[in-house]
Design a protein around this ligand. Structure first.
Ligand code: NI
Length: 176
């Protein structure tokens, strides 16, 4: 599948694909191929109806994620984080999350209420970004993906067991 501009729409990898458990490799080359990949990740995320997508979710074990918490409504919300690092966190929030790699699973996850991260842009320039509430959750959820961590790794053992049971049932019914 491709967009009218010829951008490839990547299929989202689902749990338990091993690539999702693998920490992504740092990105060192900031070339046109990377820019194309970033554009493809935004388009793939929109097709999948998500507000965040990390490279491991399309099978690429790299430290790259795209986020758009307003889902195309405000271009200023489009965020590309390459080799991101958490600089500072503050406070706590406990809100429901989902993940394109775990369709139909939703659970409340404890996260920081506010986060400051530094990351590189598509030209390799370092910048800092701060986020609160939904943006903080999205940033932390996506950085987790770059470290091989899924949101079901951050919920209680009982809730995780229930989620895994639901997944197994969906797999058995050919719905996964
Ligand atoms: Ni996710």
């Amino acid at each position: 599948m491709a967009t009218k501009e010829g951008l490839k729409i990547h299929e989202v990898v689902k749990f338990p694909d091993p690539v999702l458990k693998q920490p992504g490799a740092p990105i060192a080359v900031f070339d046109d191929a990377l820019k194309t990949l970033v554009a493809e990740m935004f388009e793939s995320m929109y097709v999948a109806q998500g507000i965040g997508l990390a490279a491991p979710q399309i099978g690429l074990s790299m430290r790259l994620t795209v986020i758009d918490t307003s889902f195309k409504k405000d271009p200023k919300d489009k965020l590309v984080l390459i080799n991101p690092e958490i600089v500072e966190v503050r406070g706590k929030q406990f809100e429901e999350e989902g993940c394109l790699s775990l369709p139909e699973i939703r659970e409340k996850v404890q996260r920081a209420a506010w986060v400051k991260v530094k990351a590189q842009n598509q030209r390799g320039e370092w910048f800092e970004v701060e986020g609160e509430e939904l943006l903080a959750r999205a940033i932390l959820h996506e950085i987790d993906h770059l470290n091989g961590v899924l949101f079901i790794d951050r919920i209680s053992r009982l809730k995780r067991e229930l989620a895994l049971r639901k997944i197994r049932k969906m797999q058995k019914n050919g719905e996964w």
